[in-house]
Design a protein around this ligand. Sequence first.
Ligand SMILES: Nc1nc2c(c(=O)[nH]1)N[C@H]1C(S)=C(S)[C@@H](COP(=O)(O)O)O[C@H]1N2
Ligand SMILES: [Mo]
Length: 198
Amino acid sequence: MKGKYFQKPTEAERDRIPPGQYVTKGFPVLTYGSTPEIGTDEWKFRVWGLAQEKTFTWSGFMSLPQHNFTADFHCVTRWSKLDVKWTGAKVTDFMKLVDLDPKATHLMEHCYGGYTTNISLEDFLREKNFFAHTLFGEPLPAEHGGPMRLVVPHLYAWKSAKWINGLEFLDRDELGFWERNGYHRRGEPWAEERYAGF
Ligand SMILES: Nc1nc2c(c(=O)[nH]1)N[C@H]1C(S)=C(S)[C@@H](COP(=O)(O)O)O[C@H]1N2
Ligand SMILES: [Mo]
């Protein structure tokens, strides 16, 4: 009998696994520090920096068009989970509500609990990026970033900020938490952008 959590990928799956990654059937939790417990009634999401400052509430976010997404998820610690099913709102739909300064080129993702990660505006504005509040049809569990997280499928999962609560728009690339601790500033899995060069 095959193991429940680790299986040999099929040939079709193999094409979707970036170099140096292994498929897991479970969904490991990768968190630095403790898990914040945030109710949707107190949840707030702020935009600032090189954008008109605005604060969004949970109901504001929920009035965005809702979609189901299927995305592969690649952690730099070498596990990949294929076909994760999420529900939420597209980043591009959310950004229609943001009045961006044309000087903005990058942003910092901020979270409850203090985690940060940087991303370029170009990587952030991809059509396939989304904010998720539902995982496999259930409310997103707190350990996976509930009530709301960002998912950026084309970069290593440390860019997919859990408990996200703000976007700070910048005219330069600053470094977030893992990036200051030696991880790559971009983190593209197919190029194995794991660590910063020296
Ligand atoms: N706020 C916050 N977001 C985070 C992290 C974190 O520690 N804090 N870990 C990152 C890392 S390294 C990974 S691999 C994914 C893991 O998501 P998961 O715990 O839902 O598998 O979340 C990312 N987002
Ligand atoms: Mo990770």
